[in-house]
Write a protein that binds this ligand. Structure first.
Ligand code: ANZ
Ligand code: ZN
Length: 814
């Protein structure tokens, strides 16, 4: 039978227009229905357009949003633009286009692409972080931080990208390179705005217990914050008044400590006189300090690097052993970690071992794995950093390292040799960027009155419209040379004053965007409190793993701050956080223009349709797994949808009124499977179930109308266009997306094969499987046929047959 071809382009466009005209996806701020807030990370509208990775995340939550709407929830599924940032600025400079113009153009492209995918976003709530009406509130939040003493200025050595000419937060440096451009990061002294995220370090760890995040997300955040319990041990210096304080997490090994190292930044090395160093030593130290500032942190602490250092000529005393520990200066010790000084235990720390070998220092073993190896440690493979039992450590001997750690810390505190401390890897958040395309920091400097916040009623501080916005070599923001921006009046004394010219990092706008969706047009406050109370927290938030220690951590922190200010109802913004795997190119590499392996969603939509692209990305692999693109898979999914089309076209004309037996079972099994898979975000197995059940249904002669109805309702969240068309073909007037999600009937799913236990004289000998409605006689005959039963009754007579229907057949023999 010939069937008219499915014209995906025409059909998809038709339904998109109708949905849009009818505001199908608009969320209501009030009402009886339970709310469901589903959120995807809003895109950075880059010049490259939408990535197939965006499509994976957005389709998944689109399917869930549609499923929830059909299940009776009031669903909010919003979208917007995270549009400030370096790539746009760099693009604008290179192509001599204003970033505003470039941004608007990129947003237009993204919007067209998202609409072509049939995403059920509530477009009435669209936000743009670069809109002054939006960033007014980003600046307002900064002022609240400032008022609370959470934003401060400090001159510090910061990560500096020499290519982008801007300061960077630690989170933006990956393996020593700028995460956006890949350039090796250097250090630069600059006066910077910082935000005291460290004040929230404990809560950011502890409150992970309140939320449902993927385990690996929780682990990454914890590791990033890096809370460590340890002790600051004080070592006196022989013949000097000064002492060296060393932070260590392994005081259990202190019987094996044989030297002490100061990092070159250590305060005891500020001048020659503090430790009264000899002229010769001081000259070397000064030279050494200079060289080490040019190295990256990663370089300095790398294992395997040849260790350098300078002997000060001084000795510290190890209070446990009275060992005379030579005092060195070396750059593998970092200035801003712990106390900036380290006690060297070369038997149990690889870097210490490398250093000891370089300088001929003694290596002692104080921990053993308990495998009999208690011999000397002579090469780096023998350095034992982990689990074990204490030896050569007097009162610690025999304890495992954890018990020993507790015991020695108590001992040291009691003797006044040290003090237990908790340290963190997390640093305060560097909030200044020396760039044009960001939110101006709303601060004014007055010679008389000092640092003055811009009064709230004067917000927003708008970016000036200028021709030139290239970064400067001096590290100053391009805004610094724009007189009409810089020169202003002091809000207090009205004297002439200057504006802060640094802008905020692009994380500032994304910290709170999920709140603006709740009330995007409000010009009195960032969002109405009643609306916030109604919608928060976000029920499901999906985004990339790469944001775990950036956006995700920052936004949790800012939300906690807003909570402390009484502005939001709870301490955590996101009840559940999931993450999708990256889609690689078909060659297994990252998709990149420079490799020429990028898949443009537009091309797939055009050739195969949006439904195919959506379904393909759901089917290709478990949602959280990385997966390479495969054209063959796309074609396969397209073929499946064509089969669905043909199936409906053929069958819809000859449907029966009612569903029968096996057919009902197929459909109810499918309802159960799809509902469960949507809840568990197992999209790939859901798609597989659609394919399997189609196979079974295709083989049936006649089908009930309800079967085709239900199948299209279930498929609608995944393939919203074709199902709308099929639904109409079945004679319905209302949209398929307004239908109620079906419930399955568990009783229909019961297995109808039963297992019967076969006994001889009450003893189990075998089992037989029979269809549920098999006649008793037939079951007994089948049981009798069993060779195991035959072996038992050979030569005997059956005197009685006891039959417990559905369970047991017992032959009584003599
Ligand atoms: C003695 C010791 C013995 C250490 C031992 C380790 C093993 P982790 O290793 O992550 O727990 N450290 C402290 N301050 C430092 C600085 N400013 N620069 C470089 N390294 C520093 O981190 C804590 C350990 O890092 C500390 O414990 C110290 O080395 C080192 F068998 O002290 B340990
Ligand atoms: Zn003033």
């Amino acid at each position: 039978m010939r069937v008219k071809r499915y014209d995906h382009l025409k059909t998809e466009r038709k339904w998109q227009k109708r949905w849009e005209a009818q505001d199908f996806w608009q969320a209501k701020d009030t009402g009886e229905k339970t709310k469901f807030y589903s959120l995807v990370e809003f895109p950075y509208p880059s010049g490259a357009g939408l990535h197939v990775g965006h499509v994976r995340s957005y389709t998944a939550l689109d399917a869930i949003s549609r499923y929830k709407r059909m299940s009776g929830y009031n669903v909010l599924y919003p979208i917007g633009w995270d549009a400030f940032g370096l790539p746009t600025e760099n693009f604008a400079i290179k192509n001599k286009i204003h970033p505003r113009v470039a941004t608007d153009r990129n947003i237009k492209t993204f919007k067209r692409q998202l609409k072509a995918l049939g995403m059920s976003f509530d477009w009435t709530r669209e936000v743009d972080t670069t809109d002054p009406k939006y960033y007014k509130w980003t600046q307002w939040i900064f002022l609240q931080l400032h008022k609370a003493g959470m934003a401060y200025r400090d001159e510090i050595a910061i990560n500096w990208c020499p290519s982008c000419k801007t300061g960077l937060a630690n989170e933006e440096v990956i393996d020593g390179n700028h995460e956006r451009c890949g350039t090796a990061v250097t250090q630069k002294l600059l006066k910077q705005w910082l935000i005291r995220i460290t004040k929230y370090a404990d809560r950011l760890i502890d409150d992970l217990g309140r939320v449902d995040y993927l385990d690996r997300i929780k682990i990454q955040q914890k590791n990033w914050i890096g809370r460590k319990h340890g002790i600051n041990i004080t070592y006196p210096i022989e013949a000097r008044k000064e002492q060296v304080v060393c932070f260590t997490t392994r005081p259990d090994t202190n019987f094996g400590a044989t030297f002490v190292v100061l990092g070159p930044e250590h305060p005891l090395l500020k001048s020659q006189s503090i430790l009264n160093l000899s002229n010769d030593v001081w000259k070397q130290v000064e030279e050494y300090k200079k060289i080490s500032t040019s190295k990256t942190e990663a370089d300095r602490i790398a294992e395997g690097r040849k260790k350098t250092g300078i002997f000060t000529g001084l000795f510290c005393t190890n209070g446990l052993t009275n060992y005379r520990m030579p005092l060195y200066v070396a750059d593998f010790v970092l200035g801003d970690v712990g106390t900036g000084a380290v006690v060297g235990v070369p038997g149990h720390d690889r870097r210490d071992f490398e250093f000891a070998k370089e300088f001929g220092l003694e290596v002692k073993r104080v921990v053993t794995k308990g495998d009999g190896d208690e011999g000397p440690i002579t090469n780096i493979e023998q350095v034992q950093e982990d689990e074990g039992k204490m030896i050569n450590s007097e009162f610690l001997n025999g304890l495992d390292i954890h018990a020993a750690t507790q015991k020695v810390m108590d001992y040291m505190e009691e003797k006044g040799m040290g003090k237990k401390v908790v340290t963190y890897k997390l640093r305060d958040w560097i909030f200044s960027r020396q760039h044009y395309w960001g939110e101006p920091i709303p601060i004014i400097y007055c010679e008389k009155c000092g640092e003055m916040p811009v009064p709230e009623e004067d917000l927003p501080v708008e970016l000036p419209k200028v021709k030139n916005y290239e970064p400067t070599e001096t590290g100053q923001s391009p805004l610094a040379v724009i007189k009409k921006f810089v020169e202003t009046k002091c809000p207090k004394c009205k004297g002439s004053a200057k504006r802060e010219t640094d802008t905020m990092p692009n994380w500032a706008g994304s910290n709170w965007y999920f709140l603006r969706y709740l009330d995007p047009k409000n010009d009195k406050t960032f969002a109405d409190r009643k609306k916030i109370d109604h919608w928060m927290p976000v029920d499901l938030y999906n985004g990339g793993m790469e944001h775990t220690t950036l956006h995700l951590l920052y936004s949790r922190f800012i939300y906690k701050f807003l909570f402390d200010q009484g502005l939001v109802p709870g301490p955590e913004p996101y009840a559940r956080r999931t993450s999708h795997g990256v889609i690689l190119a078909s060659d297994g590499r990252k998709m990149s223009k420079s490799f020429g392996n990028v898949i443009n969603p537009d091309d797939i939509v055009k050739e195969y349709g949006a439904d195919t692209l959506r379904l393909y990305e759901m089917f290709v692999a478990p949602f959280d797994q990385m997966v390479p693109w495969a054209d063959r898979g796309v074609v396969g999914v397209k073929r499946f949808l064509d089969r669905v089309w043909k199936f409906y076209n053929v069958k819809h004309k000859e449907l029966t009124e009612t569903q029968v037996g096996e057919e009902r079972k197929i459909i109810h099994k499918l309802i159960k499977k799809i509902s469960a898979d949507l809840n568990d975000m197992k999209f790939n197995t859901a798609v597989a179930a659609f394919m399997e059940s189609l196979n079974s249904l295709e083989q049936r002669e006649r089908l009930g109308k309800q079967t085709l109805d239900t199948y299209s309702i279930l498929l609608a969240p995944f393939a919203p266009h074709i199902t709308e068309e099929l639904w109409q073909m079945l004679g319905h007037k209302e949209s398929v997306h307004l239908q109620s999600w079906p419930a399955h009937d568990e009783t229909l799913l019961k297995e109808d094969v039963v297992q019967i236990i076969v006994q001889v004289n009450g003893k189990m000998r075998d089992t037989v499987k029979v269809a549920q409605d098999t006649a008793q006689n037939d079951i007994e005959n089948q049981a009798l046929d069993s060779p195991k039963v035959q072996a038992q009754i050979a030569g005997k007579t059956i005197v009685k047959t006891i039959h417990v229907p559905g369970r047991i057949v017992n032959f009584v023999v003599k």
